[in-house]
Write a protein that binds this ligand. Structure first.
Ligand SMILES: [Zn+2]
Length: 499
């Protein structure tokens, strides 16, 4: 093999992978949005074949030899080709350890488990989902062993979402977060209660959609490259830096849910769409890790979307569209209402202050489940016990408890901590951004452009060229430090509640 033939093969391989991933993303999106509800069986067969073909395309000896050859000739590669080789080699080494029949079985289980989870959640019947979850947990433990047998299984899984992350770092991280949030939350609960009752009136869905369109416009999301759909659980998907899709969920009597999930998913989309063209159709396109992805989505959702400046900028438009529901409500009341801190049952509806406590509970449970210290059948009891311990509330049903998230049915063990890490990365990015950008001035004018420009320059455009820790270091010109997050929360909620 000569070097130019190898470089050509590298490009062709990535282009084919792009096409296969494109097809999978669209099938997934269709299933989650508009596919008729009784069609999962046929889709399961198709997805199983497709994932088998994707596996075969990449996990074969020829690709192994190509990546070894390129690794041995890395001095003759461009920076981008070198990084592509590094990323693909790591993925190849990990995936080739898993036999093809296991990959196909697992993909089929995934479709069935997703279906079972939907039915279980609908009827609040954990027993319906339990056998599927038990199988998923066994697969996850097996995968962890394939990924890195030298690590504790949960550490091996965490590493797949946030390279370099482990339980040692996270135990310390959550200790720090808990010691800051718990007393702060107690202080807010002792302060006079914020009135948010006007956010629980009837807001027609059609008008909510119109308002969400306005939000996407203010965020600077180009609708020519990103559309919005509806799902039970909002998410973002995409195929490349010119094609993203976000979804939201409209509740007629809780308009702030759709508003903030749209801003959150819009943040994911801006990250995906902000990648440099030079990474398009390669393995370096798109966000580098779940943690960095959440740093962007949660930056827009909370640091932008729940800021005093932005809420007061957007409020007149909101009031213009819903004059009856908002009669007598001021912009300041709106700012306080969308930031009300209150222990609650549902993670996706949690306020900015309590959010990381929801994540802590899932982290503690996952750590014990994967370590074999907690049986799947005991999840509901433990879940409810920890919600009482950390948030002081009783969980009335599994639907509002351990069945609320789709992550476990999708086998995403190790994903949850990235939500909390993302908030912490975002707070540190904000501190750095403030050195050169008049953030509060921009928010008050509803001018998000200088904020997005900073994020694009320091984070988005690099796509997956840099490792997660390097993205944070590059953006903040410092090592990751969770103190920025706890300081940010303390400052914001102390002022908001006059503590
Ligand atoms: Zn997200």
């Amino acid at each position: 093999m000569d070097i130019n033939t190898a470089k050509q093969a590298l490009r062709e391989l990535q282009l084919k992978m792009y096409a296969y991933n494109y097809a999978s993303a669209i099938v997934y999106l269709d299933a989650a949005t508009v596919a008729p509800k009784n069609t999962s069986e046929g889709r399961g067969v198709a997805m199983s074949v497709l994932s088998g073909e994707t596996h075969k395309l990449f996990c074969n000896d020829e690709v192994g030899e190509l990546l070894t050859f390129l690794t041995e000739h890395k001095d003759e590669l461009s920076d981008i080709e070198r990084r592509e080789t590094e990323v693909l080699k790591r993925s190849y080494d990990r995936q080739t350890k898993i036999p093809l029949d296991v990959v196909m079985e697992y993909s089929k289980l995934g479709v069935e488990a997703d279906d079972a989870w939907h039915r279980a959640k609908e009827t609040s019947d954990f027993e319906l989902f339990r056998p599927y979850l038990e199988k998923i947990v066994e697969y996850q433990k097996m995968f962890a062993g394939y990924y890195d047998p030298t690590k504790k299984p949960y550490d091996a899984l965490l590493d797949t979402y946030e390279r370099g992350m482990n339980t040692e770092i996270l135990d310390r991280y959550f200790d720090k977060v808990r010691s800051a949030i718990v007393p702060l939350l107690a202080a807010t609960q002792a302060a006079p209660e914020i009135d948010d009752s006007f956010l629980y009136k009837y807001y027609p869905v059609e008008k909510q959609k119109e308002f969400n369109d306005r939000l996407m416009e203010v965020m600077g999301i180009d609708r020519g490259y990103c559309t919005i759909g509806e799902t039970e659980h909002p998410f973002t998907t995409g195929t490349d830096n010119r094609h993203a899709r976000i979804t939201t969920h409209y509740y007629p009597e809780a308009p702030s849910f759709a508003m903030y999930s749209t801003i959150h998913e819009g943040g994911h989309a801006l990250y995906e769409l902000g990648g440099d063209d030079k990474y398009r159709y390669t393995c370096l396109a798109g966000g580098v890790s779940m943690g960095v992805h959440e740093s962007q989505s949660r930056f827009y959702e909370n640091i932008v979307g729940r800021s005093e400046g932005f809420t007061k900028f957007i409020f007149p438009k909101f009031k213009e569209m819903f004059p009856e529901q908002l009669e007598g409500v001021t912009a300041d009341m709106f700012y306080h209402a969308v930031n009300k801190a209150q222990p609650s049952l549902i993670r996706t509806e949690a306020d900015e202050l309590t959010y990381s406590l929801h994540i802590m509970i899932r982290y503690e449970l996952e750590k014990r489940i994967i370590a074999g210290e907690l049986a799947v059948k005991d999840i509901p009891g433990e879940w409810n016990r920890m919600y009482k311990e950390y948030l002081g509330i009783d969980v009335p049903s599994d639907k509002e408890g351990c069945l609320q998230d789709s992550h476990w049915s999708g086998g995403s063990f190790g994903y949850f901590p990235s939500y909390s890490l993302g908030s912490a990365y975002g707070a540190q990015m904000l501190a750095k951004m403030r050195e050169t950008v008049d953030v509060d001035g921009a928010l008050a004018k509803g001018d998000i452009a200088p904020i997005t420009a900073w994020l694009r320059e320091r984070i988005h455009r690099h796509a997956s060229f840099l490792e997660p820790a390097d993205v944070v270091r590059n953006a903040c010109e410092a090592e990751f430090d969770p103190t920025f997050y706890t300081d940010y929360l303390t400052k914001k909620f102390t002022k908001l509640y006059n503590l």
